[in-house]
Design a protein around this ligand. Structure first.
Ligand SMILES: Cc1ncc(COP(=O)(O)O)c(C=O)c1O
Length: 479
């Protein structure tokens, strides 16, 4: 071969070889589907070692120009010439695979796809409220009375000031949390709150602790940020606080993510002494706690629940909540309460990401939270959720008594069930969806193979018994 790479060119040798081969391919010397010379041959021809040729071919592979075919070698991609000899088609599949933001758990992807494609499925998989639990009348009257008299510009970086004032009053009244509007940022649900915290306060290589099982477990956003997750197993009264210390000593965890009230998926509420202990540990070791609290207003007995944030005197807890599980998930209103430096940092990031939160849902949320009807809505919501919870437990006892066990939840929207006996979980899930019912397999939420989560808040009351009957059919078929 006449061409030789130049050591003086200031470009790595493997890159020069990749560029040279790319030019030959684009010029048609190697048509689509043809084989490139073997790595060994090229190495001998050019006078470099084989590793350099492998790196050069890897470069062509990454650009989508070639493919590796087992038993043949490296061939020019068939789609390179699709638009005529001088055009290169971007390898979109490769781009879609290689971005740093990780793809969702395939089973979760499947659940969303199935729900979107099958209208009549009885949905026990998604954490939303059924239409009868959403405050439609209240929302309608808010819409009717709403005048768009305010300027529709970019919102304040932390969110609408009136909404933050209202949330501050709401937190005081319903959750015994003292805060000020300037300590609050409005987010697109609790989901964006978690994402902002991970992106802005942690860095690649950091370690955090999350509950197992948990909603956090189902999120690839930790790993997308290069953050390692360690697990705190959920017991009857929540996680064992002593395990935070062990993880801190062993793995230098930098933050702990907890959903202590009516936890997703187990429905567990952490006992008071453990909450106290967690606050003590957090302030003794300087480990921040992120309290994810979408459910504390749903206690069936109408009693207020002591959140970790309400017990936090030293500013060790970042508090997240949202309207998704108490009003409507589609409003996409969530918030974080935290120290000023953190809120400023998150607001700066949110502005870079989406230029602040949309005005409309914030106006609606503000009117709803400050309306006279809100209190009554929460009372009705609690009783509606309890009815659904009773219906699903009754149906499970009747249809699958010996097969399924669960702990009776005192609030929230999830029933965490343990199945007795061996069963192929994939087959059961597939069969259930064919029967017309869908749920969340335990594996999507933690290391719990023979568990599953029935979320009972989404289905209409009269569909709950039918849904469990269909699930029982699937159990019988996959025996
Ligand atoms: C514990 C927990 N955190 C956060 C979320 C995200 O909710 P959203 O973004 O709708 O507020 C959920 C949703 O199921 C959840 O269960």
């Amino acid at each position: 071969m006449e061409w030789k790479p130049s050591k003086a060119a200031g470009v790595p040798i493997y890159k020069q070889i990749a560029n040279y081969m790319e030019t030959r391919i684009v010029n048609g010397e190697y048509p689509s589907g043809s084989s490139l010379p073997s790595e060994r041959f090229m190495a001998a021809e050019i006078g470099v070692n084989r590793g350099t040729i492998i790196s050069a071919y890897d470069e062509l592979l990454a650009s989508g120009l070639v493919k590796r075919v087992k038993g043949i070698g490296t061939i020019v991609s068939p789609d390179v010439w699709e638009q005529g000899p001088q055009k290169r088609i971007p390898n979109w599949d490769q781009y879609a695979r290689d971005g740093f933001f990780q793809i969702n758990n395939p089973l979760n992807q499947q659940i969303y796809k199935i729900i979107q494609s099958k209208d009549h499925l009885i949905n026990f998989a998604i954490g939303e409220l059924s239409p009868d639990l959403q405050p439609f009348k209240l929302l309608q009257s808010i819409h009717r009375s709403m005048e768009v008299s305010e300027y529709l510009g970019y919102e304040h970086m932390q969110g609408n000031i009136k909404l933050r004032e209202t949330i501050s009053a709401h937190l005081q009244k319903y959750r015994n949390i003292e805060t000020t509007p300037s300590s609050i940022i409005i987010t697109s649900g609790a989901q964006q709150a978690l994402h902002l915290i991970i992106q802005c306060l942690l860095k690649p290589g950091d370690a955090v602790a999350i509950e197992d099982p948990s909603y956090a477990y189902s999120l690839p956003i930790f790993h997308s940020a290069g953050v390692k997750t360690h697990f705190l197993p959920i017991g009857v009264g929540g996680i064992d606080p002593e395990q935070i210390i062990s993880l801190y000593k062993r793995n230098r965890i930098k933050m702990v993510f907890l959903n202590p009230t009516f936890q997703n998926p187990t429905g567990t509420s952490m006992v008071q002494e453990r909450k106290q202990k967690i606050i003590e540990i957090s302030t003794k070791y300087g480990i921040p706690i992120v309290e994810d609290d979408p459910y504390s207003l749903t206690a069936y007995n109408n009693e207020p629940v002591a959140t970790l944030k309400s017990m936090d005197r030293d500013g060790a807890v970042l508090y997240i909540s949202s309207l998704s599980k108490i009003v409507a998930s589609g409003l996409r209103i969530g918030w974080i309460v935290g120290p000023q430096s953190v809120i400023n940092r998150l607001a700066d990031a949110k502005q870079q990401i989406d230029f602040g939160h949309p005005n409309y849902p914030q106006w609606i949320a503000e009117k709803l939270l400050s309306s006279e009807g809100f209190d009554n809505h929460i009372t009705q919501l609690r009783s509606g959720l309890k009815t659904k919870c009773d219906l699903i437990m009754e149906a499970l006892k009747k249809e699958l008594g010996g097969f399924i066990e669960f702990t009776v939840p005192q609030g929230g929207i999830h029933l965490w069930c343990r199945m007795n006996g061996e069963r192929d979980q994939n087959m059961l899930f597939k069969e259930a969806t064919q029967q017309g019912v869908i749920y969340a397999p335990g594996s999507t939420l933690g290391s719990c193979q023979n568990f599953l989560r029935f979320t009972f808040s989404r289905a209409d009351d009269h569909k709950i018994q039918e849904g469990i009957q269909l699930f029982a059919n699937a159990v019988k078929i996959t025996k």
